[in-house]
Design a protein around this ligand. Structure first.
Ligand SMILES: [Zn+2]
Length: 239
């Protein structure tokens, strides 16, 4: 997920000598790392953040996730925090009758959400947005195993920081395990600007090879926000 640039605002406000780093400079380490995001971006300090441990979720009937993704063009960018594959229009999911358009997918390394403490080498976030601007993010755990053929053209040419890669004819549905079972709760994006997000976390993992994990690690060594307090939130899962 890309950060918004606040630089024009700061320049307009004449803050050239401010000692505080501007919010676009958030990182995963040190003085602008996750523990300090709330000082840089107030929304990241609000209650009910993500990711969380989904263990202890309450089983109950949930609406089906209908996936209407189609093979399409993606523009992949390395924004320094992540490898983000921005989708051409036309793919969407429906949950409870509400349509959410696929906007992009990206990865966290290692995984962010956990179920009873279990981490994976990667977590895929597939971001979908409704016409009203509501975010439904599908989260998919990625374990080490067979080479992932769908991701092969991407992982073979992961762009360097600031770089771009056009990808044609990628079927995002092929990145998803079964969507029959899922966990759901309301939290935030796991990066600034920490916007409110409805999470749909799929418990079945997909696979990528050790070489594919190494290729990602060579570009982005780590980009996972630590677990956040659950704060008594309703976390549900299918029966
Ligand atoms: Zn993410």
């Amino acid at each position: 997920m890309r950060s918004i640039s606040w630089l024009p605002l700061l320049l307009a406000a004449g803050c050239a000598h401010t000692p505080a780093p501007h919010p676009a400079q958030w990182t995963y380490d040190g003085e602008t790392g996750p523990a300090h995001w709330g000082e840089l971006v107030p929304a990241c300090a609000k209650p009910r953040q993500s990711p969380i441990d989904l263990g202890g979720a309450v089983h109950k009937p949930l609406p089906a996730i209908a996936v209407h993704y189609q093979p399409s063009h993606f523009t992949v960018v390395n924004d320094g925090h992540n490898i983000v594959a921005n989708a051409a229009p036309g793919s969407f999911i429906e949950v409870g009758g509400v349509r959410h358009e696929l906007t992009q997918f990206h990865f966290h390394h290692p995984s962010e959400h956990v179920i009873d403490g279990k981490h994976y080498p990667l977590e895929l976030h597939v971001v979908n947005k409704s016409a009203a601007g509501e975010l439904d993010v599908l989260a998919v755990f990625v374990r080490e195993g067979a080479e992932n053929a769908t991701l092969a053209p991407l992982f073979a040419a992961l762009p360097v920081k600031g770089g771009q890669l056009p990808l044609d004819n990628l079927q995002p549905a092929a990145l998803l395990p079964s969507v029959q079972a899922y966990y759901t709760y309301t939290g935030t994006l796991t990066v600034p600007p920490c916007s409110e997000t409805h999470w749909l976390v799929l418990p079945d993992a997909i696979e990528v090879s050790a070489a594919q994990i190494a290729a990602f690690d060579a570009r982005i060594s780590h980009n996972n926000r630590p677990l956040q307090p659950t704060e008594g939130r309703d976390v549900s899962t299918t029966p």
